[in-house]
Every structure is written in C-alpha cells, then in structure tokens.
Ligand binder design. Sequence first.
Ligand code: GLU
Length: 401
Amino acid sequence: MGEPEGKLAVLNRVMRIPPRAIELLERAEKEMILFLNVRVDDRTVITADAFVVYHNTARGPAKGGIRFAPNLTLSEVRDLAERMTWKTALTGIPFGGGKSGIAVDPKSLTPYAKREIMREFVHLIRSELVTGSYIPAPDLGTGPREMAVIYGELHIPECVTGKPVAVGGVPGRREATGRGVATAARLAAQRMLGKEISECTVAIQGFGNVGSWTARFLSSMGAKVVAISDSKGGAFDGDGLDVEELSKHKAETGSVVGFAEEISNEELLSLDVDILIPAAVEGVLREGNAGDVRAKLIVEGANGPTTPEGDEILRERGIPVIPDILANSGGVIASYIEWRSAKSGSITSASEVYGTIDERIKLAFERMAKLSEERGISYRDAAMAIAVGEVVRAMEERGWI
Ligand code: GLU
C-alpha cells in the first residue's frame, strides 16, 4: 500500500489517530519467513520461500488467504496482510489481518506436488493453525482443494475456510468475492452515477475466481459486460459478452482470447465504459495509464490494483474508486460464516451467505459514502478512516495504547 507512514499521516488530517496507534499500525505484529524443502517424487525436490504475516490482531485472530505466486516477497505479503486488517474492520468481521504465501509458480506444479507443498507448509506453521491464531483461506493460485489438504492434516473444521462444500465448506463461499464485487458495483452505480446497474456497461480485467463470478453476477443483474481479459489478452463485444459461453470457451482453450474481438489488457483499462473492474493482480492502474482511463467509476476486485500514484491521478480527474477493502470483502465475509458454522456445527445455505455479504457490504458502503461526502475526501480515505477507527478502538479496549 505504498508507504504506510505517508498513508496514515494523510488520514491523521481527517481523524485524530493516537501516535502510539500509528506506531503499531505502521508495522506488522508478527512475521515468519520459512524455507520449504519438499520431495515430490523420486527425482524432484522443490524448494521455496514462504511467508506468514500478521499485521494486526487487536480485533480477532489473523485472517487471510494463502497465495502461491512466483517471485512472491515478504513485503507483498505484508501489504496484503495489512489490507486484511482494514477489510475485516470495515465490514465488522471479528478477525484481524493476516496473509501467507509460498513463492512457487502454481502453474508449474502437478496436483500431487501442490498437495505435498501444502502439507509441508501446514507442518511448519502447525501451532499457529491449531491454536486458531491464523485462519487461512484461498487466494491467488490456491483454491478449495488446497484448503481441503489443510483440513486433512489437522481435522479441525474451523482452522481453515474456503474448504470444498463436501469437506465442510459453505455453499456460496467459492463465488463470494465476485458476489460482493457485483454488489459494490450495483450500489456505486446508483449512488455515484445515478444509474441502475442494468443500465451500465462494464469492463472486467481478470477471469479467475473473482473476475469470472463478478461477470456472472453482473450479467444476471442485467449489466452489459462488454470486455473481459485474462493474462493472455481480452475479448470485446459492444453488445455485451455471453459470460456462460465465454466460460466454456476459456475451459476449452485455456483463455478468453478468440471468443470475440480481441483487445489487449491495456486497451481494456482505457475503454469508454461506465464501470471498470480490475480483478486480476496488483498495480495495474498506475502513473503511466491512469490518465487514459475513460471509465466513469472504478471498482477494485483485486487487492491493490491501483498504485498510490495512479490513485492520485484518478482522484484529480474526479473518477471515483471503490476501494478493494470494501469491494472485494465478500470472500472474507463468507469465510466468517464458514468459520462460525464450523465452530457451531450449523448448516448454512448459499442464499444466506449471499444475504450476509450484501448486507455487510451495503452497511460499510453507506458509512463510507456518507463520510466521504461529509468530509469531501475520497472513498478510499473514508473507508480507511472507518477501518482505522475500529482497529484503534479495539487496541484501546485491549490496553495496547
Ligand atoms: N484471499 C481473500 C482476500 O484477499 C479471502 C481471505 C479470507 O477469506 O480469509 O480477501
């Protein structure tokens, strides 16, 4: 998130943050650097760096996904853990912020190797998991299968979320982040553009878990999804893409490319649409291209898709940005329901999960929009001010400051 010092100092102009709180929030509470050494067959040993970061646990145990990504660094995991602190605080979920990751390319691994790596990772952080200090979930490069491996090693249902439904997961968790992004886009269209979502055109960067479910939910709400891309390129149709057919095309060919008129990822980001949803990786809206954005509204599906420099340009140009800590919080909201169900042994339906996501996001959205309008600050600063306020309150209650 750029330089945390700068960011909290800026917020200090909007609200008074006790200096002790700034000191605690500017750094992570706990960081673990691990080295994995895993034999995956008679001829192959895979080695990889792994990281676990707890940014702040004043409001509850560290919650956040496990990422498998080549070139992953401690600072990236640190940044993502911090985002989880704000996300859980903003939406009122009783968790703190954590994240973990293994520096491997998931595409280069066989399913067996992936399982073995996961098992080794569980062994290395076993005590964190069995005590419930860290509760992982899927993130980039991981999914329900990997969460099932964690459950299989520990046999504690509440120690991990995002499990397959057949292994104690909740229906609706898989599509939860996309559900929340679509809900945030619907609310933002009404409030910021004065339009119903069914009257909006949308471009989505990314067709993984978040992008594909966002596209499906938005289509079912009547929005016209005119462009979607993945890492290989994009597909464009001014009359709207058939998202189900596009999913089949991707399943058959491995990419969205070739389904409709081809566009590049950069072209997608500068399309003249109502809503642009970056739902792939970090840092795609930056100094070099934020000036070319023609969308009227941006909804951040990915974690950190806008750099601080890009954000500044969008702010000057008056393009509202619904920040990731609100827009993509549907995943962790559903994780909370799964964790609660696992602890109580209750059964939950997908409609209940969707209902809770919509309700939590709407509450946080209205708080954010109100503060932003009252104080004349950006939606991101308003969301951050609310989240920081909640965490500071918890730290005070716990006698940390
Ligand atoms: N990885 C997701 C995120 O970044 C979900 C985290 C969770 O459910 O714990 O929000």
